[in-house]
Design a protein around this ligand. Structure first.
Ligand SMILES: [Fe+2]
Length: 369
């Protein structure tokens, strides 16, 4: 078998990409059922979009809302959202927000009819029941969660961020609306997009990469590296659209090729230090390039050609220009053995082109702390 195509491809039924697409939300969900639950973050309320969406529904009582307070989603929060959705008689669940909002809504929709609690499925239990449709509306150009069939959820007992991965979790519809990025604070836009760029990079050099994933990954690297700085400075429609699509493409690539050691280490680091995922991944980017320089072979030159500059130099400059500094610098390394162990057994680390040993994780930690 050639490595040109993944053994299985999972894509949403429909992707709607245009300025103001979120205002078509009522029309786009009409065929999924009249009753739904929208999971969202605080900004949707503040900027008045929640009211706009509500006003577009013929019957306002058919919609229920769950506003997240922040932080990363936990197993208890998934259970809470499922209960609210069941109570509201929801026929679909949408997430309008960043990666945490999308992952929470995705898990709740996917496990809506599940007979066991979410932890059962996070621990590998088989899901027999089909969930209800999930609609993804990303408001950051970041995690690419809209394109993946997995939800990253914190398991507080294990103090770990773990995926629940089910093919049936894939969004049935995605609305990509560049207008939703307009109000993002600069720091959030910077970290999210650097995470997306890192995801494009890791899936491009992944051991599981195929022609199919390379096409998406390389385009995401091009779009984000070229437009991120201007997007932050100008918030122009064209540049916001470019990084939003770039982030979606990185999501498609990683859903089929997996990631690498950046994400293998980012999960335990994020849980132990409560640092935003995008920032952790941003500061791991350059050390990962140094670690993988030889193993990625000609793909390094391909990425450099695509961005029009040496990859490592370009990423270093972006990190410096965006003022992204390691939040771990000067801090003690907590639970080092556990962190190394979790990084080594991560599915992301397994896809890294250079086989990762404990000395490699120690190198990354030395660069960060
Ligand atoms: Fe990420």
């Amino acid at each position: 078998m050639t490595a040109d195509f993944p053994s299985e491809v999972l894509l949403p039924q429909k992707v709607l990409f245009r300025k103001g697409a979120v205002l078509d939300f009522a029309r786009e969900t009409a065929d999924l059922g009249s009753r739904g639950l929208i999971v969202h973050g605080a900004s949707l309320e503040k900027d008045g979009r929640r009211e706009q969406i509500l006003a577009s529904f013929p019957d306002r009582r058919s919609l229920a809302f769950f506003c997240r307070k922040g932080g990363e989603p936990t197993l208890d929060e998934v259970t809470e959202v499922i209960e609210i959705a069941r109570g509201a008689g929801a026929e679909w669940i949408a997430g309008i927000g960043g990666g945490s909002v999308l992952d929470l809504a995705k898990a709740a929709a996917g496990l809506f009819c599940a007979k066991r609690p979410p932890v059962h499925y996070q621990e590998g239990g088989r899901l027999e029941e089909k969930g209800i449709p999930f609609v993804a509306v990303p408001t950051t150009a970041g995690t690419g969660s809209e394109a993946t069939p997995n939800a990253v959820i914190i398991n507080p007992d294990k103090k770990a961020k773990l995926s629940i991965r089910e093919k049936s979790f894939m969004a049935c519809k995605i609305l990509l609306d560049p207008d939703l990025l307009k109000g993002l604070p600069d720091a959030v836009m910077a970290c999210s997009a650097m995470d997306a760029w890192g995801q494009g990079y890791e899936s491009f050099i992944s051991k599981n990469a195929t022609w199919f994933t390379d096409v998406y990954a390389l385009k995401s690297i091009e779009l984000i590296s070229r437009h991120l700085m201007t997007a932050i400075q100008t918030r122009s429609d064209e540049t916001l659209a470019a990084i939003l699509v770039g982030s979606y493409f990185a999501g498609v690539a990683l859903a089929h090729a997996r990631l690498g050691v950046i994400h293998g280490l980012a999960h335990p680091l994020g849980v132990l230090y409560h640092v935003p995922h995008g920032l952790v991944c941003s500061v791991c980017f350059v050390p990962s390039i140094q670690l993988n320089r030889e193993a990625m072979g000609r793909k390094y030159d391909t990425m450099s050609r695509t961005i029009g500059q040496d990859l490592e130099q370009k990423v270093c400059k972006m990190i410096a220009d965006l003022n992204l500094v390691s939040p771990f610098r000067g801090k003690p390394i907590l639970e080092k053995e556990k962190m190394i162990e979790e990084t080594l057994k991560s599915g992301s680390t397994a896809a890294n082109p250079k086989p990762i040993g404990r000395e490699d994780v120690e190198f990354l930690l030395k660069e960060l702390f």
